[in-house]
Design a protein around this ligand. Sequence first.
Ligand SMILES: Nc1ncnc2c1ncn2[C@@H]1O[C@H](COP(=O)(O)OP(=O)(O)O)[C@@H](O)[C@H]1O
Ligand SMILES: [Mg+2]
Length: 420
Amino acid sequence: MAKKNNIKLAIGGTTVFKLFLVVGIVLISIVFIWYTLDVIGQLKSDAEKMVASYVKLWQLAANDNTSGGEVQIIFDEVIKKANFPVVIAGLDHQPIFWRNIPNIEDNDPSPAARAKVIKLVEKMRHDYGEIPLKYNDQVISYFYYGDSPVISQLRRMPFIEIGLVLAFILIGFIGFQNIRRSEERHIWVGMAKETAHQLGTPISSLMGWIEILQSQCETGIPAAGNQPELNTAEITAQMKTDVDRLQRVANRFGQIGSRPELREIDLNKLLEDTGQYFRRRLPFEGKGIQINCHFSPLPVMAMNGELITWAVENLIKNALQAVDPEKGRIEINSAPAKDMKCVVIQVIDNGSGIPAAYARRLFRPGFTTKKRGWGLGLTLARRIVQEYHKGKIFLVRSKPGETVFQITLPVQEATKKKTT
Ligand SMILES: Nc1ncnc2c1ncn2[C@@H]1O[C@H](COP(=O)(O)OP(=O)(O)O)[C@@H](O)[C@H]1O
Ligand SMILES: [Mg+2]
């Protein structure tokens, strides 16, 4: 049971990661914003206390001085050092003095400046209220104040933070999208080429047989005329092999994308057949290459034979391309894991090896070091093994002279799949 959950987690890993990322970003933003708002709150209460003292001072000074003309001096002396915007308005709420207002000169008499100050007074009244200034217990004017520059900057902080986080997410999203698109492009091109490649061999072979049969019909001389070992029965048998191959190719492509059917199969036989298929092709690939199989008895398991063959073929093809045509050695091994919960398939070659720098990128769509490669073999193999069989495929180790790829297929998972 635990095993099953582990596998599920591994498959859903990217989704879990994305969720984790989003939740993380949201939490960080909330903490940032909360912290900023808290600092603003503290600064504001400090500012309010300060203003209260200013106002008290002002009133004290005003009450001590019988002359209303002192207002200007008190205003200058008491309020001078404050760095927050201050406006004194008359009983009619029209501004009389102001200072520290961003972009407006202190006490600028121009109508434009006045209009702006009047507008600002409304905002100040809304934010902090109005403080009546009294002289001999009579209200003589009103005092308004606004955010200090630090507070106004801090007020903008949450928006800047949210903007940055959103920009970050957007850039990440576009980046992901681009990677996905280019991967998709690779997959499309690769699939088209792979199809052409896989269909090419049996089709040209079939064309050859048809030509022989045609000349036999036209000339009346049996095809065996120049190649005595080829009678019509032989030719039809060969044609059947090619058609079978075409059928298999068609099946393979049909399986990709839909949920493939899993059946109990003899995996060792399947591996043996795959090895045999490549052995027959060795005269074209390299005469000195040997393909050897070492199989241990395996538990019965459900899988899609066509797709697993395809995955193993891709590993063998890579091995064939990596080894020396004269003394290449390829091994196809199978064995059950110690706990019998999975079977292990290894494809080992004594070829050029894979530089460590490439090892992480091997399974990415489009990654290839070959002139005529399209970097899809391992991607496809991984899709088949991981997505369709809930197994694992990875490079065990590689150095010049020894490269080991491994496929691990879970036994119970596959059998369960079949019975449900
Ligand atoms: N057995 C191997 N020996 C050396 N390099 C390998 C082997 N298998 C895979 N590679 C490397 O991995 C790359 C990707 O392989 P693959 O996905 O099959 O694409 P392709 O074969 O089209 O290049 C290859 O280009 C090669 O560099
Ligand atoms: Mg390949």
